[in-house]
Design a protein around this ligand. Sequence first.
Ligand code: GLA
Length: 740
Amino acid sequence: MPIEWDAEGRVLHLRNDRISCLLRIQEDGSLGHLYFGRSLAPARSYAHLSGGEFRGFGNRLGEPGRLEYPVPGGGDYRVPALVVEQPDGSAALRLEYAGHEITRGKPEIPGLPATYVEADGEADTLEVTLRDEVGGVEAHLLYTVFADHAAIARSARIVNRGDGVVRVRTAMSASLDLGDADWVMDQLSGTWARERHVVSRRLVPGRQSISSRRGSSGHEHNPFLLLRRTSTTEEHGEALGFSLVYSGNFLAEAEVDPFGSARVRIGIHPEEFTWTLEPGAEFATPEAVLVYSDAGIGALSDTYHRLYRERLARGPWRDRPRPVLLNSWEGAYFDFDEERLVQMATAAAALGIELFVLDDGWFGHRDADTSSLGDWFADRRKLPDGIAGLARRVEAAGIRFGLWIEPEMVSRDSDLFRAHPDWAVGVPGRPRTEGRNQYVLDLSRPDVVEHLDAVLSKVLSGAPVSYVKWDMNRVITEPYSVALPPERQGEFFHRYILGVYELYRRLTTRFPEILFESCAGGGGRFDPGLLAFAPQAWTSDDTDAVERLPIQWGTSIAYPLSAIAAHVSAVPNHQVGRVTPLSTRAAVAFFGVFGYELDPTALPDAERDEVARQVGFYVAHRELFQRGRFVRLVGPFDGDGNETAWMVVSPERRSAVVGHYRVLNRPSPGPARLRLRGLDPAITYDVAAWPASDDTVARLNRGPRGGDELMAAGLLLDATRGEVTARGDFQARLFVLEAR
Ligand code: GLA
């Protein structure tokens, strides 16, 4: 995966056998962009790719063309990557090439999560230095090309080499000038309980963006953009992905210029951001991971899945099978004591569930969401022997113990707030807006991080805790830190996230055996930044099987199933009141990190048996669900959205599980077939329905079937009218394929 320097053409070529990225030092010293896409041959000249005249009015000002890291003030009126206010108040920059360096491996970004390598041979990194000679600002652009991922990781370091103090107003992680604007932009958008639905639009002249300014990546938009051709499908065609390894305010934007080319930029949101750089100081942007696919959206997802599962997530839990858990939240809410929890844990253990998680309500005197956040000591009314006493009894019942925490928050009614009112985010002299009766702790302050580290370490070291669910249930309002001087308030949001990462880093390093799951009111911070610390995330507070289809589908475009926590909950569902079959709830939740979110002592006998079978099935196929290749077959955003289908395939393609879901049953459906993908055409698979069934569909699909046939002709979905009538709404079918 060499990075080549063509000294004559002044071209840098980053390549592996799937992608190429070409940069060129232009005549005026600026760093131009030539190409990002399918792999091009090494050892050739590509300088001519920069050709073409810039037309129109701008021509008189010189030719900005396609740039790697554009700045304002020099005749390029498109969105900039870098804006730095000089000591004299001006913001015009002229960035010129000052050198480059190519190294083996991949350096860390100080204080920030990022993809990594385990051996230097896995990647090469290019660092290009651009300098503004007049003011002394330098932009160091970092590009890592991996040996076997169709991805380039980009970030920038802004250094003040001048004599005066400068203020960084915009510093994007990546900017990419595309040769044309003939793209559809897909984004993952929604709100609480319906996160990451796929929303698509064609690029049009002007700016189109998604963003967050809430202090977290947010439920509303994921820090991810996908561009695809109109003809691109899951299997075919070009797609470009832009993913930001960051958990705070972000902007992802595409601008189409009057000449029909497009610029995409992604990074920290420039609004409500400034960073002061004293002489000699520097600022590091988060990392953006750019992926190219010429084999459809599916192949783009494959790249993100493997890269994020294997080289973003870290720690011992990265590669370990994740336990099937039962979370107490929807089963008990705040209404429990030690006896009830031990009964729930015992009942869960009897079903084969491996981990019992005590959710909210165990600390301070918290009987509702109105108090006690910040008081991280057990409520002795409910837990007379504390967390340690409970955890020991849970473990004695034959199941591991996990605990919910919400470190970044403080309730107005809490000892912590009474002792340290200034630790809560807010502007002195102004009212603070409450969200869920709570305030956000100022994690931009090292003393607050220190305190949380100490109290949480005490909780986690004082009891056999195997798992932590780290929640974050409100967004930031009145952003301000009393610990920062007025001229540095624009740094607050980013410093907050750096504080979150620091706390995560300390706790995950001190407790490497604890599995961390991130959560923010469900999926409000489901981003690559947190995946670097917590290898799985609570995908959504919506546990309804039907609602989960679009949520999990959308999430899977950028994130691996090993990150997507999915639970079976009771009916009527607590978010939408829908009653779906238990089998359907499991058939959806299997495609992720599986668990339950209900009171197992309240299950009727028949359901208890069914749950035990579900747990057994998942455990038997866990490797496939958590590490197999996920293939999206029929999408909930296609047509009327009534059908969804997907599958997981083992790396050697010898086993697979297929899920097909139909929301509303329809009369007279016809003999529809579901064509599979990703199998080995030469392998003969035994096909079986799960759970075993004797209906006609199960029977007609059962038996040895060639991979070629399953991909070309597919599985039969409906057979007889009687069976169609009997099925009812919200049905799922699972098929298990094993190589003979
Ligand atoms: C958030 C989480 C839930 C649960 C509650 C507890 O909403 O997403 O899973 O933990 O908080 O208050």
